[in-house]
Design a protein around this ligand. Structure first.
Ligand code: NAD
Length: 257
């Protein structure tokens, strides 16, 4: 039997690496993409391979149409199939700036990377998935969007990030509705405060907030928390739950009195 193949965008560090590791443990072959040249991620790729999986690394800016096309072509050439797409790559604004000060340039960069790129990568991947389903009724795959609690929690010093993640949330619903006739579920995984390079600059702030009860579970999230959630979705443990949001936030968004 051929092994299943997953793409994890931004899969060489942080949450994406946690997802890639969890999928590798579950027997997926992997394509991971990111902004760095192959030499810079060689050690990480070797570590993933050591989990017993075939790994293809493709340098790819998901905000760039030609780079997305190349990514999918390379997956076709290497594996000839695609079962799971995890849209994880994302950026925070280069500078956190108050809504009254933030620039349109930052807005465009964040929206293109976090929303437009994944939206159109999903479009192209979905077309391929539909082809596979039509060729083989037993084929099953899914699409997972990594959003953020910022899809619903307003931060006035990174409005563009919040808007991009709210957009990812609607994109999940749209693609879920569109791909339902092919039984291709689309899910949103919504992490909370997670220890990665993205949050390293605000570590002290969140150490204090978490100690003061920001989350119900009083610790930082780790990439493996999101990895395990994605793996459960990818291996088909939630087959009749398309369009749903899986919270991975330690209860941060739980309403409390
Ligand atoms: P990170 O900065 O540690 O890693 C991001 C990865 O994405 C890197 O490998 C980077 O190379 C890649 N990447 C960035 N821009 C890219 C682009 N244009 N094309 C391709 N790859 C690109 O970030 P992280 O904390 O691991 O975040 C991963 C995802 O999780 C993001 O979508 C982020 O918004 C989301 N998220 C993070 C947190 C958190 O607290 N860290 C919370 C909620 C959601």
């Amino acid at each position: 039997m051929k092994r299943h193949v997953a793409i994890v965008t931004g899969g060489t560090r942080g949450i994406g690496l946690g997802v890639a590791q969890a999928l590798a443990r579950d027997g997926f072959d992997l394509t991971v993409c990111g902004m760095r040249p192959a030499e810079a991620v060689a050690e990480t790729i070797s570590e993933l391979e050591a989990l017993g999986t075939d790994v293809l690394y493709v340098p790819c800016n998901v905000a760039d149409r030609a780079a997305r096309e190349n990514l999918l072509q390379q997956v076709r050439d290497r594996f000839g199939r695609l079962d799971v797409l995890v849209n994880n790559a994302g950026i925070a604004p280069r500078e956190r700036k108050d809504l009254l000060e933030a620039s349109e340039e930052s807005f465009e960069e964040v929206m293109r990377t976090n929303l437009q790129g994944p939206y159109f990568l999903t479009q192209r991947a979905a077309r391929w998935m539909v082809e596979q389903k039509q060729a083989d009724a037993d084929w099953w795959g899914c699409i997972i969007n990594v959003s953020s609690i910022s899809a619903t929690v307003a931060s006035i010093n990174r409005g563009e990030y919040c808007l991009s993640k709210a957009g990812v949330s609607m994109a999940t619903q749209l693609w879920s509705a569109r791909l339902g006739e092919f039984d291709i579920p689309v899910y949103e995984v919504r992490p909370g405060v997670t220890a990665t390079d993205m949050t390293s600059g605000v570590k002290e702030k969140y150490d204090k907030l978490i100690a003061d009860g920001l989350c119900v579970q009083q610790r930082w999230g780790v990439p493996d928390d999101t990895g395990k959630a994605c793996a459960a979705l990818a291996r088909g443990d939630f087959p009749y739950s398309t369009g749903q949001v899986i919270m991975v936030d330690g209860g941060l968004t739980l309403p409390r009195l």
